[in-house]
Design a protein around this ligand. Structure first.
Ligand SMILES: [Zn+2]
Length: 317
């Protein structure tokens, strides 16, 4: 009963808020949270011979001698986090929802100093960040100004969305601000920080030109592209897809943060980003008929889906 009253109140509030895009989207996420139970952990499945089970929860898969996918295939969103190791330091790109402590896995793989860096601030990517002390964050004015005095950044509800599963918003101590386009020097290995908004406005990707690898977070995943959450923007998405395609080549390995089906880590390729760009272009031209109510699902010939807002919430600016 209480849940129904809550949903009804939220729906009325959503209607009342009308065209205000991000608050309306946030309310839809609240409605989703209020009407959906958090799924339990799935039973482990056969992950194939390339994957090692670290324990009963985490998996480790080697991408090359210094690069590891740390998987959470039993978690319902099937998160994959990446440990990228240089000669002097390592970067942990995303740390999962925090259902389990990722530190022992990371420490099993490297004893170098590890900097946790989020692809974006959604709860399922920063759940273990506070375990790594001071973190690195992309240097965007709207983030920097909020933590100017304290050096501490607490994601907003709309940035974090952790209420969906009962995760509290963390206080992130930022020790390193990474300029857009700059390179992180890990010692013998450089990672370029690319601002790739679209899924969220603070989303980044890491590009390792020498190894022809790009780590993209939720920019593109094996499942639908989520362009309907608060701060998501179709215009940003299209620009990011174009800029990523200008960077990467035909052979670039595209490492993403969520998997659909086993076995192993979710790895995509340039063609997937091309399909994402072309789907967005067709949406912009009004050529695609969406399915579903909210989010509305768009795809080219039944291919990769873009999950978007209702038409009046589309912004191509
Ligand atoms: Zn996300």
């Amino acid at each position: 009963m209480l849940r129904r009253v809550l949903i009804l109140s939220l729906l009325i509030a959503a209607v009342a808020l009308g065209a205000s895009r991000d608050p309306r989207r946030l309310l839809f996420v609240h409605i989703f949270a209020a009407t959906t139970d958090v799924p339990p952990l799935d039973p482990p499945v056969d992950e194939g011979s390339d994957v090692r089970w670290f324990d009963d929860y985490f998996t480790v898969q080697q991408i090359d001698a210094d690069t590891f996918a740390i998987g959470e295939p039993r978690y319902h969103d099937r998160n994959y986090n990446y440990l990228i190791v240089g000669d002097e330091r390592a970067v942990l790109f995303d740390s999962g929802p925090g259902v389990r402590d990722i530190v022992p896995v990371v420490r099993d793989l490297t004893m170098l100093p590890v900097t946790a860096l989020p692809s974006h601030l959604h709860y399922d990517h920063i759940g273990n960040h506070t375990s790594f002390g001071e973190i690195a964050l992309v240097d965007l004015p709207f983030l920097r100004e909020r933590s100017a005095d304290s050096g501490v950044l607490r994601p907003t509800s709309a940035e974090h969305l952790g209420f969906v599963e009962g995760f509290r918003r963390p206080y992130l101590h930022v020790g390193e601000w990474l300029a857009v386009g700059s390179e992180m020097d890990l010692g013998g290995r450089r990672l370029q920080v690319l601002h790739t908004p679209g899924h969220t406005r603070e989303s980044i990707s890491l590009y390792d030109r020498d190894r022809d690898q790009i780590f993209v977070g939720d920019f593109i995943t094996e499942g639908p592209t989520y362009a309907f959450v608060p701060t998501a923007s179709l215009g940003d998405y299209l620009r990011s897809a174009v800029s990523v395609l200008e960077k990467i080549g035909d052979e670039t390995r595209v490492m993403t943060a969520h998997r659909l089906d086993p076995p192993g880590m979710p790895e995509l390729a340039r063609d997937d980003v091309v399909e994402l760009r072309d789907t967005l272009l067709a949406m912009k031209r009004g050529e695609l008929e969406p399915t579903g109510s909210f989010p509305r699902m768009y795809s080219l010939a039944g291919g990769r889906q873009v999950a978007a807002d209702l038409p009046w919430g589309h912004s191509w600016e």
